[in-house]
Write a protein that binds this ligand. Structure first.
Ligand SMILES: Cc1cc2nc3c(=O)[nH]c(=O)nc-3n(C[C@H](O)[C@H](O)[C@H](O)COP(=O)(O)O)c2cc1C
Length: 296
């Protein structure tokens, strides 16, 4: 079961093995895979299996998304030996996902969400948690918490925005005070955690049991240990991160994927703008080393 107070949130196209391992090394107490499609798993899609945790990973949740109860069960049974718990994605606001009835669309059909939780709980041997938003169009946080706990989920993580809000406005931390009153299972918070202190405040003052950090960890694995690296450590970490990705994906794909993380690592640096432009055109590890060496 998810253990710890501060962990890495699932992020599609980011939280791959290299990202997770780096965050873990810098203090993330638990991690999640990117969201993985239950339908793709059932169809034996190779890329989806590559997204599963590796053997050495501990305290890691496998996040699944889908809209069909039987598919969740089939996929859950297929993947349960790879991770420590299964997390149901009931929060993704992306059109492509919602259109199919998955992600945050499940918040429009709480009966179905309940059925998915129940079905998984009855079949897999590992804990099952859920990651939700406050609602689809409107905030129905209490109803969601009730559904989740009535169906015996092992924890719930709330990103305190509705689907309609996407990423606008502020994550409504005040709502954690209300929700923690009625929530009898571990309650996790997500949304706008940009420092170690934010995490601490949420746990100490808003009544949540743990937090997950997403955007605040991009290029900043130090958020998990409340440190700021000097420029040398920053450069070393970037290189290490890119190397780990190359081991997994090969040079071309790794460098392509690393580019957006480069933006995170260079936030606030003197010549970030110029070098971000340069990095857009690189396609080899050697090129990356050159750009990184120029960072000031
Ligand atoms: C690029 C990106 C990808 C994301 N992918 C997922 C995902 O696969 N599953 C999920 O539950 N949430 C996903 N999220 C939502 C985050 O886990 C988190 O709940 C949200 O970003 C708010 O937290 P933050 O303010 O710390 O970023 C994603 C967010 C971002 C920015």
């Amino acid at each position: 079961m998810l253990k710890g107070k501060i962990g890495l949130a699932p992020m599609a196209d980011y939280t791959d093995y290299a990202y997770r391992e780096l965050c873990r090394e810098y203090g993330a107490e638990f991690t999640f895979t990117e969201m993985i499609s239950v339908e793709a798993l059932i169809r034996d899609k190779k890329e989806s299996f590559q997204m599963l945790p590796k053997e050495n990973e501990k305290n890691i949740g496998i996040q699944l998304f889908g809209a069909n109860i039987e598919s969740f069960v089939k996929a859950g049974l297929m993947v349960q030996n790879y991770g420590d718990w299964i997390d149901i994605n009931a929060g993704c606001p992306v059109k492509k996902v919602v259109k199919k009835g998955a992600g945050s669309a499940l918040l429009k059909d709480l009966n179905k969400l309940g059925e998915i939780i129940k079905a998984l709980k009855n079949t897999v041997d590992i804990p099952v948690g859920v990651k939700v938003r406050l609602g689809f169009d409107e905030d129905i946080g209490e109803k969601i918490i009730n559904t989740v706990q009535e169906n015996n989920a092992d924890y719930v993580i709330v990103h305190a925005r509705t689907q309609k809000q996407l990423y606008s406005g502020q994550s409504n931390w005040e709502r954690f005070k209300d929700l923690s009153e009625i929530c009898n299972i571990p309650l996790g918070a997500s949304g706008d955690i940009y420092s170690y202190n934010d995490a601490k405040v949420l746990i100490e003052e808003y009544g949540v049991d743990f937090v997950v950090v997403a955007r605040g960890s991009i290029g900043n694995p130090w958020i998990f240990s409340n440190r700021k690296p000097d420029i040398e450590e920053l450069k070393e970490t970037m290189i290490k991160h890119a190397k780990m990705m190359i081991d997994d994906y090969g040079e071309e794909k790794a460098i392509r994927r690393f580019k957006k993380i480069f933006i995170g690592y260079t936030k606030g640096l003197k010549n970030a703008r110029e070098l971000r432009k340069k990095v857009a055109y690189i396609n080899s590890y050697g090129d990356l080393l050159n750009v990184v060496s120029e960072l000031k």
